[in-house]
Ligand binder design. Structure first.
Ligand code: JD8
Length: 395
């Protein structure tokens, strides 16, 4: 990812030389350049501001230096960068926006000062940039640099490879609308306080369930405003029933729609789901226990499972497949709800769960890891990862 920052206080961005982002720059994962706006002035006083038309307090940033600075940055790339102009009236920064910006190749930050930047610069910049006004929150800062630092840190840490262990990105606050669970490390007993026993049990299923419960409780206590989106979305709204031949038409349509996105994420048209037909899907109802999830009669999701021999000595495995949610309903927790449902639907004989997804399907992998699944094999078949999870006594 390339990042350019323009400011009259370039030293304000010095913290980006430190820590993980400093390392990511040295490792070539992030290319970051800071530009002094005054370098794009031509008068002896290197003037960047002037009095506001219409009167009033303070000074306004002149358009000419900004135009030259943005032209200079735009000339360095043939892609259309995203220009982020921090401002108190902008779109609030949140994890969803951070994830969206982390998918861009080139971000440019225009850090204003004084009373702000001449309004014509916003329109001028739209010629070469996707212009986004972003705010840190409903309070007033003196300039855009602090906001630029926060956005860059929130975005850069999502760039693959910046955070060493991608797993740690999974269970984070706001990642799925819930606050994070409490964390502990050695010593087990400290100042008469002990680590919760479940965390010493080694039972991944129980630990994942306890942590999820902790996240719900903390969110309810500290950020109840987040709960509706996180919790309400879940299973409550879904009417789940075993799929019947009458569902096949809708199911085929949704299968093709959902695996279009998977095909793009994995740059392939060789995924079996992409080649399903009415006949093959009807026949699959014999081999798989397939569920259809509806809201107000509309098919919004599906998932299936079948028993198979687990890895040697590991008993019978409940293999989960075709977990899908209608593309327009992603991000509401329905996928997590269907994953919880299909685990609960496993026959008593199942000692473990397994599922497969694309090596490039990061969102899917994130959801499965959050539910306690771990990658056990790669590229069997090529381009896929298989994840597994032991069934716990409480499941
Ligand atoms: C950019 C100039 C100062 C703002 C007169 C104080 C973001 N969440 C946020 N609060 N404030 C900013 C922000 C403030 C800025 C600039 C961002 C450029 N100022 C101005 C208007 C009132 N002074 C911000 N992101």
């Amino acid at each position: 990812m390339r990042i350019d920052v323009v400011s009259i206080f370039p030293d304000y961005l010095a913290p980006l030389d430190l820590s993980l982002i400093g390392k990511a720059r040295r490792d070539g994962l992030i290319e970051l350049q800071v530009h002094d706006l005054r370098a794009f002035t031509h008068d002896r006083h290197r003037t960047v501001d002037d009095t506001p038309y219409g009167g009033g307090a303070g000074m306004v940033m002149k358009p000419e230096p900004w135009a030259e600075a943005l032209d200079h940055v735009a000339a360095q790339t043939d892609s259309r960068p995203t220009l982020i102009i921090p401002g108190p009236g902008g779109q609030r920064l949140d994890q969803a926006l951070a994830r969206e910006l982390a998918r861009r190749d080139h971000l440019v930050f225009a850090c204003g000062r004084y009373e702000g930047i001449d309004e014509r610069v916003y329109d001028y910049a739209a010629r070469d940039f996707d212009v986004r006004i972003v705010s840190l929150g409903d309070y007033v800062l003196n300039g855009g640099e602090v906001a630029a630092l926060a956005v860059i840190e929130a975005v850069a840490r999502l760039v693959p490879g910046v955070i060493g262990n991608a797993d740690s990105l999974v269970e984070e606050s706001h990642e799925d609308g819930l606050l994070e669970y409490p964390v502990y490390t050695k010593p087990e007993h400290w100042q008469g306080r002990s680590v919760p026993e479940v965390l010493l049990s080694g039972d991944h299923g129980r630990i994942a369930a306890w942590r999820h419960e902790q996240r719900l409780q903390r969110t309810a206590a500290r950020r109840p405003d987040l709960l509706p989106r996180a919790a309400a979305a879940g299973a409550e709204q879904l009417a789940i029933a075993v799929a019947a031949p009458a569902d096949i038409g809708e199911l085929l349509t949704m299968t093709h729609a959902c695996w279009l996105k998977e095909g793009i994420a994995n740059r392939t048209l060789q995924i079996p789901a992409q080649h399903e037909t009415l006949q093959s899907l009807t026949e699959s109802l014999r081999d798989w226990t397939t569920y259809a999830a509806r809201i107000d009669g509309r098919l919004v999701g599906s998932v299936r499972g079948r028993l198979q021999d687990g890895p040697a000595g590991a008993g019978t495995d409940w293999h989960i497949g075709r977990l899908m949610v209608a593309p327009d309903l992603h991000g509401r927790g329905f996928g997590r709800a269907l994953l919880e449902f299909i685990q609960g639907a496993a026959p008593a004989a199942a000692a473990s769960y397994s599922l497969m997804t694309g090596a490039g399907s990061e969102d899917n992998q994130r959801m499965y890891r959050r539910a306690g699944f771990r990658i056990v094999t790669r590229d069997d078949p090529p381009g896929t990862v298989t994840l597994s999870k032991r069934r716990s006594a409480t499941d």
